[in-house]
Design a binder for this molecule. Structure first.
Ligand code: PTJ
Length: 248
């Protein structure tokens, strides 16, 4: 479908197209399309742009990733479809491993996702070889199966579009968790160490830029970030936008 650039919602329609293409190529599950719809609704409520609070969260995430000893980017179907190139770029900038980890797991989809990432320049993608499988304790879903060279030994895990149970399990397992979630009230958003309330399509690009800039300057060793306070700013932004819309 041709979407004219002048269309008022061109950007979100392009994003939707990318996700549908990902679905047709076998990267995304049907449930992923539904999850995206949920995200679109929250994106609308935050004004479809990166807020001041999200810029702060991105800055904190860059600090955490660059200071990590063994950072890992956890990739699911939606992230693979929306940010294939960015996953590889970010991994290179911060020296992270890339691991495929799916809620609705199948080997076929894992392979399709890994191939798409490799086509965009990654040499290595973890999470496919059962020889290296380990389990995160306290988790029932397929996402408990992780790679012993990746998430299992990671100190910092970036888990965009995550489900609440795994965030809690990862935290209990001693990991620092960074997430992208457009819903500031979700269990993942509320449980992670750093939640970036932004569309992953905008946020990943900004995170890469911020990491590149920070690498050139000095990293602050003991940076402080209050996730709950930051999330409250996003909730307030939604409240104010709703109030403005209902007054108009
Ligand atoms: O590929 P799989 O098998 O691992 O499955 C992935 C999905 C996304 C289906 C699975 O993780 C899932 O069901 O996720 P949830 O629990 O629906 O959570 C998705 C969260 O991400 C929701 O809070 C959405 O608001 C949010 N979200 C959706 N699209 C975006 C987003 N956040 C940032 N950017 C988006 N583009």
């Amino acid at each position: 479908m041709h979407i004219p650039r002048s269309h008022p919602r061109a950007e979100s329609l392009y994003i939707r197209e990318r996700l549908v293409r990902g679905y047709k190529e076998g990267l995304v599950v049907e449930e992923g399309l539904l999850a995206h719809g949920r995200g679109e609704m929250f994106d609308y409520l935050i004004g479809e742009r990166t807020s001041k609070a999200s810029h702060e969260a991105i800055s904190a995430a860059a600090q955490m990733l660059l200071s990590a000893k063994h950072p890992v980017i956890s990739v699911n179907g939606n992230l693979a479809a929306l940010c294939t190139r960015e996953i590889v770029q970010l991994a290179k900038v911060v020296g992270a491993e890339i691991e495929v980890n799916l809620f609705y797991a199948s080997n076929k989809r894992k392979r399709a996702i890994a191939q798409a990432i490799k086509r965009n320049g990654a040499n290595k993608v973890l999470g496919l070889d059962s020889k290296f499988s380990q389990k995160i304790p306290g988790l029932e879903s397929a996402r408990r199966v992780v790679d012993e060279r990746g998430i299992f030994i990671a100190d910092v895990v970036l888990v965009p579009l995550e489900d609440g149970d795994r965030t809690i399990a990862l935290k209990k397992f001693g990991k620092k968790v960074i997430t992208f979630d457009l819903n500031p009230m979700s269990r993942t958003a509320q449980t992670a160490d750093i939640t970036i309330v932004d569309n992953v399509t905008r946020g990943m690009q900004l995170l890469i830029k911020t990491c590149k800039k920070m690498k050139r300057s000095t990293l602050r060793k003991n940076f402080k970030f209050h996730n709950k306070k930051n999330l409250n700013q996003s909730i307030l932004l939604i409240k104010n936008n709703l109030r403005r819309m209902s007054r108009a």
